[in-house]
Design a binder for this molecule. Structure first.
Ligand code: HMG
Ligand code: MG
Length: 296
């Protein structure tokens, strides 16, 4: 298969990033989302309606979604682990929601306090209700290349959970290397195994960059038919239930690589870097993107 001519970026910095950074103000979060949209990002995960006891950083998600000056054509997404989360997302007028499962039992228990099968039972009524409201649902599968609790994960299990979520009605399945342990050949084999069950153009890659492998892993999968990549501006974040995990691959680093390869993203790299620098300053941390540091 040939390289794609266009890649759709799914920006997770305001959610996956900020859920694992120190608290910033609601106004800073809103500004981040608005700056990302101004840079040309069309899909932004802006909120997470989870228990505030589990993830206090996301407690103001409703105010964030309600406070954004929305741009036509941009989709503002929210994580929803259960019906309560969906109600809150509907109230805040999210453009779409996402359910999140895992390919490992250990992570499922630690992250959402239930087994994989219980989580799927929980998602069935959620997806049905979202459909009634014409709300698209995305599906995440965590620990696709390894688990901090269970170690190696069989690709057959990743494919099984992905297929279930897809058949339940998730429009896209995002494959999470939650702790960033994957390497290129392994990543490609995993994607090929999942693509035998779910069309490759309905898959997204969500690679954390803990071991510095994310760009290489993405490159290894680009000719497998993948059209969507999840990244986090300034490399924000990690995962509160995966100790030591660093943020997702920095959006700026991916955009630089893709543009250098002649692959269009529709994103203005300069404006993206400004958005990342602005939130990094609010957090009092260095911008985690090498490209942003080189070009700033
Ligand atoms: P639980 O304790 O088993 O559930 O948590 P519960 O139903 O017994 O509820 C406990 C309390 O939470 C109750 O409040 C509920 O009302 C409240 P209390 O009566 O004690 O005052 N509650 C909620 N509040 C707000 N919004 C809700 C909600 N649901 C219940 N939606 C639960 C189960 C799933 C809620 C909990 O485990 C949880 O919130 N987990 C989320 C953990 C999380 O956010 N992890 C990070 C996101 S996943 C991720 O980062 C991976 C990803 O990026 C992909 C990758 O990298 O692999 C997506
Ligand atoms: Mg993640």
């Amino acid at each position: 298969m040939a390289l794609p001519s266009h890649i759709s970026l799914f920006e997770v910095g305001p959610r996956d990033g900020l859920q694992n950074e120190k608290q910033v103000s609601t106004a800073d979060k809103i500004l981040l989302v608005e700056n990302l949209a101004a840079a040309g990002v069309k899909r932004i995960e802006a909120a997470s309606f989870v228990s505030p006891k589990w993830v206090p950083q996301m407690a103001d998600s409703g105010e964030v979604l309600k406070g954004i000056s929305r741009v036509a054509g941009v989709r503002y997404s929210a994580l929803t682990p259960n019906l309560k989360g969906l109600e809150l997302a509907l109230d805040a007028n999210a453009s779409e929601v996402a359910v999140f499962a895992a390919a490992s039992e250990g992570f499922s228990q630690k992250n959402i306090n239930c087994s994989i099968e219980e989580s799927i039972e929980r998602f069935i009524p959620l997806i049905e209700k979202a459909k009634e409201h014409n709300l698209p649902v995305r599906g995440y599968v965590s620990c696709v290349l390894g688990c901090p609790y269970d170690g190696e994960i069989a690709v057959s299990e990743v494919a099984r959970v992905s297929e279930i979520l897809y058949k339940l009605g998730c429009y896209e399945i995002s494959l999470g290397d939650t702790i960033g342990v994957g390497t290129p050949v392994k990543a490609r084999k995993m994607v090929e195994a999942v693509a035998a069950k779910v069309p490759a153009d309905k898959l997204a890659l969500h690679f954390h960059d803990t071991y510095g492998q994310a760009l290489a892993n993405i490159l290894a999968c680009l000719e497998s038919g993948i059209r969507t990549l999840d990244t986090s501006v300034a490399g924000l974040g990690g995962c509160p239930y995966a100790k030591g995990a660093s943020g997702n691959l920095a959006s700026e680093d991916l955009v630089y690589m893709l543009h250098g390869m002649g692959i269009d993203t529709g994103i203005d790299l300069g404006k993206l870097i400004e958005a990342g620098n602005r939130i990094s300053a609010a957090l009092g941390r260095q911008n985690g993107s090498k490209v942003a540091r080189a070009l700033s």
